[in-house]
Design a protein around this ligand. Structure first.
Ligand code: HEC
Ligand code: HEC
Length: 378
């Protein structure tokens, strides 16, 4: 199809096959969505962020397979250049010498590999963050919150690195378009470029779409199955037992029963020691019941769990050490919610976590289970 003898007779030549073009523009959209939700999203956009991340993983998988089964210029072999070829390209650019390539030029080729590797690093660190911080996904069974938080920083650094690479990539396209008079953008849409005799002379090969499809489906299904079976394992440090019925009854009488993993042993001890003056209410209990609840809460306090809430609500505010709603994390997270929303009939007060977090009673507080009731805004 793109044998070199034929190239020299046609005015235009097909360079980017359909696989490369669809990959390129789909990736652009997926990365845009992932970056937007990652840098500017609120917790409830985590679902979209994850969907974009999964899409990117599948796209990169496809591109790797296509690098071995696509047509001439899609193959990695056609743009494997030694580092000094890329350096020479920079020198040529500085000397205003423009050497034309039909496929990727050496510098562009290194950029493609850098982008692919960075995307893989971002997606895999993302899975660690999801597992450790949110206790979801394939790595939740083995990743601690501390690891998740640390890797979250690395995930962000890679994300900034990707933005840097994308800027350079776009600068390269602008340079090639203006200085090199190349038609790179339209080539990535139509696949065609004005013909030249290619200096890099890659061996012309046909695409093998069927081979690519079968490989993609095999790896895609295998990966999905692996992820699903890992994700089905119990998450590390997440409580699964139902609430103690006595606790649920006694401490769920006036407000929803806070999951014991939300409070430190000190907080629970403080609450149970002053039940007769419980935030202006008398919540006194008989001594045997009080002692039983004290033992239950102590045994299941935040120190025993590794969920996000167990960590972030653990630093008490010295002014109001017995309130979750006085902690720095809580105030920061909810500062944009107007007081009238909390006071509304649908919510009641700040401590009515379950009005907006549908999984509050489990202590998990997943971002996906978060919604302010509509009536609360009226
Ligand atoms: C008689 C009703 C009543 C009972 C029973 C009760 N509480 Fe409360 N609780 C309240 C009230 C009222 C508040 C303060 C609400 C507000 O901030 O306006 C509160 C607040 C709290 C808070 C602070 C929430 C926050 O972060 O602002 C905790 C923790 C708490 N209760 C735990 C318990 C526990 C544990 C029990 C069981 C031993 C219990 N409560 C039983 C009425 C009750
Ligand atoms: C009126 C609804 C409402 C109530 C009540 C409420 N929250 Fe939230 N919460 C939200 C919203 C909305 C956000 C997301 C804020 C944002 O966009 O940054 C949030 C965020 C959070 C987060 C961070 C979510 C994440 O994944 O980043 C945690 C944890 C949390 N809330 C815990 C609590 C706890 C604990 C309580 C009860 C003591 C509570 N919330 C009460 C609405 C509520």
């Amino acid at each position: 199809m793109t044998s070199n003898s034929k190239n020299t007779t046609d005015a235009t030549v097909s360079v980017w096959d359909l696989g490369v073009r669809v990959f390129h523009w789909s990736l652009l959209i997926a990365v845009f969505v992932a970056a937007l939700t990652g840098f500017f999203g609120s917790p409830d956009s985590l679902g979209i962020h994850l969907a974009a991340g999964v899409t990117i993983s599948f796209l990169v998988l496809f591109r790797v397979i296509w690098g071995f089964s696509g047509s001439t210029y899609a193959r990695f072999r056609s743009f494997l250049f030694a580092p000094d070829a890329a350096i020479k390209r920079i020198k040529d650019m500085m000397a205003h010498r423009h050497v034309r390539y039909l496929g990727h030029n050496p510098l562009g080729a290194w950029m493609i590999f850098a982008l692919l590797v960075t995307l893989l690093l971002i997606v895999s660190t993302g899975a660690v963050v999801l597992g450790g911080v949110f206790k979801q996904g394939p790595l939740a069974f083995t990743t601690s919150f501390a690891t998740g938080r640390l890797v979250q920083e690395i995930h962000q650094i890679f994300a900034f690195g990707l933005l840097g690479l994308i800027s350079l990539h776009m600068a390269g396209v602008v340079y090639e378009t203006i200085i090199g008079k190349e038609t790179l953008i339209s080539a990535m849409i139509t696949g065609k470029k004005p013909n030249i005799s290619d200096v890099s002379q890659p061996r012309a090969v046909r695409a093998k779409p069927l081979v690519a499809l079968v490989t993609f489906v095999a790896f895609g299904l295998g990966g999905t199955f692996g992820v699903a079976s890992f994700a089905a394992r119990p998450a590390l440090g997440v409580p699964v037992a139902a609430l103690d019925p006595l606790y649920a009854k006694e401490c769920g009488a006036c407000h929803f029963a806070y999951h014991p993993s939300m409070g430190t042993a000190t907080l629970w001890d403080g609450i149970l020691s002053h039940l007769d003056q419980h935030f202006g209410e008398d919540a006194s209990l008989s001594e045997p019941i009080r002692a039983q609840l004290a033992a239950y809460l102590k045994e299941n306090s935040s120190e025993h769990w590794d969920t996000r809430v167990a960590h972030v609500l653990a630093t008490a505010n010295p002014k109001e050490p017995l309130r979750f709603t006085a902690t720095r994390f809580w105030t920061r997270m909810h500062r944009e919610i107007p007081d009238k929303v909390f006071a509304s009939k649908a919510v009641g007060f700040k401590g009515a976590c379950n009005a907006c977090h549908s999984d509050a009673k489990t202590g998990l507080f997943a971002p996906q289970n978060l919604e302010i009731p509509e009536e609360a805004h009226l």
